[in-house]
Design a binder for this molecule. Structure first.
Ligand code: ZN
Length: 375
């Protein structure tokens, strides 16, 4: 559908890769060589709730009341939990019927990009450089950029349209490592286990019990504090393992978290000399802030574009990663912008038409901003 729509708009270089990545170009309208920027959104939706047979409910001229969803009346979008709704009286709110996702994460981003591209194609008097559109798959399972050809994208700066609300610029994410702790024990029939059996489950349980739980955990931290998060456990007597997320805004602190895991393992090794206890850590993604230094104009241009649309931008931090954090790490600086989506990954997801329009307006202003620059 996107390929057909891009062709209908008259965009250049419309391509669909074997892995489902759609790219297209809004050609430059300026005589000088302005930098190429990219707008990126993902077409997959979260696997946490079904996104099949979505029946969107359009609430025009919103009256300020709680929104009871017709397909499941126990699902209610309450104003008390969504204070932003108070500012949207008279606007058009779009919800689900309560039985599925809306998928505004990230259809709102796709819509904002397509609306902005259409506007630019029908207003050639607006000065801007080349703009690449890019629609990815599998973002929600962390594989969104695996098959993205950055050479083919050919941009020097990109923006993901995948943020909630309005007027926000996410320019910082966690830095992330994954640790796998594996205990190898000795299995033998329990009837003759005395002095012979080494139960990996018991030793791994001791390991997990020694992780700090009143601090450095997702349950006890917010804002800029990092954490250790055991999230998956498997095994038996012979071998048992746990996967642990290491997260912090300061990349250097990940090594401290890894050292803490190693010191717990060290203590257990001396108590259980016949068991093997191994801690393996690998990098997942890095704070976008580090990579954004490569293109110092990326965030200020987004700030200027939002101000041009009458918004006072808010620089926010994400306690997680985005496609943008992976792209930034791969060398393409990519902050994340608001799209008007709210309550992602939930049947209580909703979006606001006017906020989506603002997201599209910000993109047009962003095109103008970059059109003034020289490559
Ligand atoms: Zn998303």
């Amino acid at each position: 559908m996107l390929v057909a729509e891009c062709r209908e708009l008259g965009l250049d270089d419309v391509t669909l890769s074997p892995h489902g990545v759609v790219m297209a170009t809004v050609p430059s309208t300026v005589p000088h060589s302005a930098p190429t920027i990219a707008w990126v959104a993902h077409v997959d939706t979260s696997p946490e709730t079904s996104g099949k047979n979505v029946r969107p409910q359009v609430h025009e001229n919103y009256d300020g009341r709680d929104l009871v969803l017709p397909g499941n009346s126990s699902q209610v979008i309450r104003v008390a939990d969504n204070p932003r709704l108070r500012e949207l009286l008279g606007k058009t709110i779009i919800t689900t019927d309560g039985t599925t996702l809306l998928g505004a994460d990230d259809k709102a981003g796709v819509a904002a990009i397509m609306a902005a591209a259409e506007y630019l194609m029908t207003h050639p008097e607006i000065p801007h450089g080349p703009i690449r559109l890019c629609f990815t798959c599998d973002e929600e399972v962390g594989r969104g950029v695996d098959h993205l050809d950055l050479q083919q994208l050919g941009a020097s700066c990109a923006y993901t349209l995948d943020g909630d609300g309005v007027g926000q610029i996410d320019a910082e994410t966690f830095s992330a490592d994954l640790a796998v702790v594996t205990v190898t024990g000795i299995n033998i029939h329990p009837s003759i286990g005395k002095g012979k059996m080494v139960n990996a489950i018991r030793i791994l349980s001791e390991f997990i019990a020694q992780l700090p739980s009143d601090r450095m955990s997702p349950e006890t931290t917010d804002d800029r504090d990092g954490f250790l998060h055991p999230y998956q456990l498997e095994g038996g007597v012979a071998e048992a393992s746990v996967r642990i997320l290491l997260r912090d805004f300061e990349t250097a602190r990940l090594a401290e978290l890894a050292r803490l895991l190693e010191s717990i393992a060290q203590g257990l090794r001396s108590r259980h000399p016949r068991a093997r206890i191994e801690v393996k850590t690998r990098a997942q993604y890095r704070n976008m802030r580090d990579g954004l230094e490569k293109e110092p104009r990326a965030v200020p241009k987004a700030v200027a574009a939002m101000r041009a649309c009458g918004l006072e931008p808010k620089l926010t931090i994400i306690r997680g990663g985005t496609d943008g954090s992976r792209l930034t790490e791969l060398g393409l600086p990519t902050p994340n912008l608001s799209t008007g989506e709210h309550n992602p990954h939930s049947p209580l997801e909703w979006t606001c038409l006017e906020e989506m329009q603002q997201a599209a307006d910000v993109l047009v202003a962003l095109a103008r901003e970059w059109g003034r620059e020289e490559e």
